[in-house]
Design a protein. Structure first.
Length: 369
């Protein structure tokens, strides 16, 4: 039996939610018996899942303790092959007795820590993270960047294994309603640029807007589609107004898998240009894999773990972080050279389709058992 303990899970939306839900499904599809201990309220939506799920909806610190207590008790009476946690927090109260524990690391939780002992609370938090990492037999980092952050904490490097996030492939039908909706959005527009990201400062929407404003004279009929939700939308709108390109932008909000698949396929370029914040980082970049799987060239920046998701000049281009001149140059290179863009997209399909789908990725976890 495999136990997954997670704060982030279906039906909530987000990168870690998708990661943990996809992992649980993939374990089941590989023949494993899976039980998920997740935050949230039990609902009818849980009935469609192909595994048993237990929900915890108490005050956050209490639910972690209760989840761990139930898992610790189950370990005493059942043979558990593996416990996988979505982060150090879900492992904090586990007792590593006769069971292999894998803790996932995503980057930002480590970036938030001080490297000088000034802030007493952060020093205390660092000790908590180290305690969770030390009780794990394996720490799975989502990129080489995250691996290096973990090594900076003086964790046993032999414990660290890099496994890039897996992805669920949408292979269903796209309804006529969705097709018509997307057709109306893109009709008469070219080229089409897309960003798939939460609307927050570090994702780099403002840099893309400034870069596109510089290229408007060359591509007067372009469309910049922004998919995602967040509290940064008003700032993005004000920025677009100041650069006189609000009429070239379409905010899509949250989109479901059929919409996302079709919107990507209709795009000429998928771009996200995150900066390196003090407490948050793009430690991988699943949006780039979404683009590559659908044959779309990608553009990211040279910080965090994006170079694991974009093979520079093979599946996309990497621009200098925060450098609007370089971002503008590389967007123009990709939009103006159809042959290069198509080649990068074709390479992207080959790179991503053989590596990131869960039917392949789950084997990397099974090999750790």
């Amino acid at each position: 039996m495999i136990i997954i303990s997670t704060q982030c899970f279906f039906p909530s939306k987000g990168g870690i939610e998708d990661l943990m839900t996809g992992m649980a499904k993939a374990f089941v599809q590989s023949g494993q018996d899976v039980v998920v201990y997740a935050d949230g309220i039990i609902s009818d939506k849980d009935k469609i899942l192909p595994f048993k799920i237990k929900r915890f909806n108490q005050w956050k610190p209490i639910r972690r303790i209760l989840k761990a207590k139930e898992i610790n008790n189950l370990i005493k009476i059942r043979k558990i092959d593996l416990v996988v946690t979505d982060s150090w927090k879900s492992a904090e109260y586990l007792k590593p007795i006769n069971v292999k524990i894998i803790v996932l690391a995503h980057g930002s939780e480590i970036l938030k820590l001080p490297y000088t002992p000034i802030n007493v609370y952060k020093k205390y938090k660092k000790n908590r993270i180290l305690k969770s990492f030390n009780k794990a037999q394996i720490i799975v980092a989502n990129s080489y960047y995250t691996q290096n952050l973990i090594k900076g904490l003086k964790v046993n490097p032999n414990k660290i294994k890099i496994i890039h996030p897996g992805i669920e492939i949408f292979d269903g039908n796209i309804s006529e309603d969705i097709s018509d909706k997307v057709k109306k959005i893109v009709e008469g527009k070219s080229p089409i640029i897309l960003t798939l990201a939460r609307l927050e400062k570090r994702k780099g929407h403002l840099l893309v807007i400034e870069a596109l404003s510089r290229l408007k004279f060359k591509y007067p009929n372009f469309l910049y589609m922004i998919a995602g939700e967040g509290n940064y939308k008003d700032t993005i709108i004000k920025h677009a107004i100041s650069f006189n390109i609000l009429d070239c932008i379409k905010f899509l909000g949250w989109i479901n898998e059929p919409e996302k698949t079709l919107i990507i396929k209709k795009s000429d370029l998928l771009v996200m240009t995150p900066g390196l914040g003090t407490e948050s980082v793009e430690s991988f970049g699943m949006a780039f894999i979404d683009g590559s799987l659908n044959g779309v060239a990608t553009l990211g920046t040279d910080n965090g773990g994006m170079s694991d998701a974009i093979l520079d000049r093979q599946t996309g281009l990497i621009a200098k972080t925060g450098d609007v001149e370089d971002i503008t140059l590389k967007i123009d290179q990709l939009l103006s050279d159809n042959s290069m863009r198509k080649k990068l997209g074709k390479n992207g399909i080959e790179f991503s389709s053989k590596t990131f789908p869960w039917k392949y990725k789950i084997q990397e976890y099974l090999d750790l058992m």
